[in-house]
Design a protein. Sequence first.
Length: 137
Amino acid sequence: MFRIKRQTDYAVRVILALAQAPAGSRLTTGAIQERMQIPRAFLQRIVAQLAQSALIRTFPGREGGLQLSRKPEDITLRDVVESIEGPMMISECLPGEAFCPFEEHCPVRRRWARLQSVILRELSSTNFADLAKEVAG
């Protein structure tokens, strides 16, 4: 079954919580955990991955917290998904993954490529400023 990992869903929630916060403000991991209902065990790893991908900044200490490293309109769903899952590839038969002996003449491969293109286009065109506005209603 094709589906995103639970960690990816939680990473999206972290970025969404930060996108909803006033520009330049910081949120604590505790506040994000409570608001977005993310288990603490997952949150630590997700924060580390998002920071490593340069999507968020972390600030230690009493006045610390998390902050987006870019404007919410400059962070897409694709950025977050790929920061957790790696590059999106729905089938190994697509270019760059594995050799397929039927590459040029396979009707299924063309459908996989078209489907992947649609998914990537949708993920790339969805930014967190728009998602935050939708939540605000």
